[in-house]
Design a protein around this ligand. Structure first.
Ligand SMILES: [Zn+2]
Ligand SMILES: [Zn+2]
Length: 315
């Protein structure tokens, strides 16, 4: 079958790989649509997270279960069920966590093998929306880690997680949402999808600031622009570093909170949230153009209005 794999030299390759064989407790799914995530780009661009050369990338997808033809997606996080994090109800923080498309072959392929327990049916959800369940779950989790704000919220970055967060906040009827992005095309999309204010950079004071970029600058902005006593939620992973003025954190009693992935319950909840997603910021390319599109995204030369790029693998 065809697959888009990590090339190992800051590149990807569209290659033939053997068909996967399901083991005990696993199902084989034929992938229909799969989305490119910052995780895929970060792994290839800078080795974060580290992914072996030859690994099939991709963890956001919708497919058809071969056994019965049902349309399904899957929670890509496989956890041990036994470590402390798992026992505490946080399997996404499992010490022996494995992620499809990172540690095991992923969804940029004509078929994928997934533990049956991780599979969720998506019913009559449109394919493009069903492929958005995973990023919406990531956004939902970041939102759940914020203290429920009564006033204003800022989302830094109108990328896939920022736009998913905007969708989640609108679904929870948050009334004063600012979205920042350096690209005017993305500011326009955020406005069209219901942001109350858009700008290139955060400049006011907010009750909650969620940084979906993860650059040193946006993390600093998140902490600087959150009110005294407020919470900055860090979900973006662009840079490995955090550099903020400690005095401001102490004297302002600010909370800095990391957010990673989602719980299984949040993944399930995201299936419902995906139904009402405004899809104008999604775009798609045929699978045989996936390597070329991925290279453009790596080079930063893709259309900024194509916030989320999907590969159409089959219909
Ligand atoms: Zn993702
Ligand atoms: Zn575990």
């Amino acid at each position: 079958m065809k697959a888009l794999v990590h090339g190992g030299k800051k590149n990807v390759a569209w290659v033939d790989v053997p068909d996967p064989e399901p083991g005990p407790g696993e199902e084989i799914l034929d992938v229909l649509v799969a989305g490119v995530c910052g995780t895929d780009l970060g792994a290839v661009r800078s080795g974060r997270p580290p992914i072996a050369a030859g690994m099939v990338l991709g963890h956001e997808f919708v497919g058809r279960r071969r056994r019965d033809g049902a349309l399904v997606t899957a929670n890509p996080i496989l956890s041990c069920g036994q470590c402390r994090a798992c026992r505490e109800g946080r399997p996404h923080l499992c010490q022996r966590r494995e992620v499809l498309g990172v540690h095991r072959p992923g969804a940029f392929a004509q078929s994928i093998v997934v533990p049956a327990n991780n599979i969720r049916t998506t019913g009559d959800l449109a394919l493009a929306k069903a492929a958005m369940v995973e990023p919406i779950a990531t956004a939902l989790h970041a939102w759940r880690l914020s203290p429920m704000p009564k006033t204003n919220v800022a989302i830094l970055g109108a990328g896939p997680i920022g736009m998913s967060l905007l969708h989640v906040l609108k679904a929870f009827a948050i009334e004063d949402i600012t979205v920042t992005d350096i690209a005017v095309e993305r500011q326009a999309l955020a406005s069209a999808c219901g942001a109350d204010q858009v700008s290139a950079k955060a400049s006011s004071v907010y009750e909650v600031v969620i940084d979906t970029v993860g650059a040193v600058e946006t993390r600093r902005d998140a902490v600087e622009c959150v009110r005294a006593g407020g919470t900055a939620v860090l979900v973006g992973l662009h840079s490995p570093n955090l550099s903020v003025a400690g005095g401001m954190v102490v004297a302002g009693e600010k909370t800095i909170r990391g957010s990673f992935a989602y719980t299984p319950d949040e993944f399930d909840e995201a299936i419902d949230l995906a139904a009402t997603l405004d899809t104008r910021w999604l775009s798609s390319v045929p699978f045989d153009r996936s390597a070329e599109m991925f290279a453009r995204m790596l080079a930063g030369s893709a259309d900024p209005a194509s916030v989320k790029v999907h590969f159409e693998i089959a219909t």
